[in-house]
Design a protein around this ligand. Structure first.
Ligand SMILES: [Zn+2]
Ligand SMILES: [Zn+2]
Length: 266
């Protein structure tokens, strides 16, 4: 079965672990190398057994520990060409053979899993989300830092058993909060972040298409809090006749803590 764990989620750093059989990968490494190594230890994964780091986009909360981990553990880094051009001056020297380039919307095999980067809408040079498949066709998907649910995001996320979905901000809190007008506009734009309400509405669609586990992710520190993100989703799911803990599981990923290890059964 596919396994998923979040080592941290939010604007202070993101790192996802995905495993299947003997294959272990990371998606983003936006925390310190030490924090990531310790987080993986919490779920009994040795960083030396990780086969590579897949990068969503160049923002610092997604790449902070990438260079250190690659140098220390000889880890390959996978990113698309434009993202590589945006990160190469930020992550220090990387061994030639550890620089690997993927193309969006293609499927790649690594060990026992297949992984597909898909284009998302965000204010980065060429940002992606990822779907990961096991040999049994179990599928999990990760989509954070998304301005809105585009057709491409929808198509890639539907049919995933587990989805890590951004639930970045509460609209009222954002509008009342201390951000400048320009920043508020950026966050709410089609290339900014996804609100609690948008995440909840899309979750309904996901659940109707077979998703059983929703993990709300990348919460804003200023414009959201875990109980609010949870309650917004809970409310909208309930309105749509979905019962949490009966029909599906809903969890909020913590900013600074390693999550439980989630296991996806077919
Ligand atoms: Zn981010
Ligand atoms: Zn970002």
């Amino acid at each position: 079965m596919l396994k998923y764990c979040s080592v941290g989620s939010g604007s202070s750093g993101n790192c996802h672990y995905v495993g299947y059989k003997d294959t272990n990968i990371l998606i983003d490494a936006g925390l310190s190398g030490k924090k990531i190594t310790n987080g993986l230890n919490d779920i009994d994964i040795d960083i030396k057994k990780v086969m590579g780091i897949f990068i969503t986009h160049e923002h610092i909360d997604h790449i902070k520990g990438v260079g250190v981990l690659s140098r220390r553990y000889d880890l390959p880094i996978f990113a698309n060409f434009k993202t590589w051009s945006a990160i190469k001056d930020k992550i220090g020297n990387i061994k030639e053979e550890n620089i690997l380039i993927f193309e969006n919307d293609n499927m790649y095999e690594i060990g026992d899993i297949a992984i597909k980067p898909f284009s998302i809408n965000h204010d980065a040079i060429d940002p992606v989300g990822f779907s990961v498949y096991s040999h049994n066709d179990e599928k999990i998907s990760i989509a954070t830092d998304i301005g809105h649910i585009s057709d491409n995001i929808r198509n890639n996320l539907l049919g995933s058993k587990l989805v890590v979905l951004e639930s970045n901000y509460d609209k009222e809190m954002l509008l009342m909060g201390s951000y400048t007008y320009a920043l508020k506009k950026r966050v709410m734009s089609n290339i900014g972040h996804l609100s609690n309400e948008e995440a909840a509405k899309f979750s309904v669609e996901l659940i109707k298409n077979g998703t059983e586990d929703i993990l709300l992710a990348h919460l804003s520190r200023e414009n959201n809090f875990p109980a609010l993100a949870y309650e917004t989703s809970n409310h909208i799911l309930t309105e749509n006749g979905i019962k949490i803990n009966k029909d599906i599981k809903l969890n909020v990923l913590k900013r600074d803590d390693t999550s439980n290890l989630f296991k996806v059964k077919k």
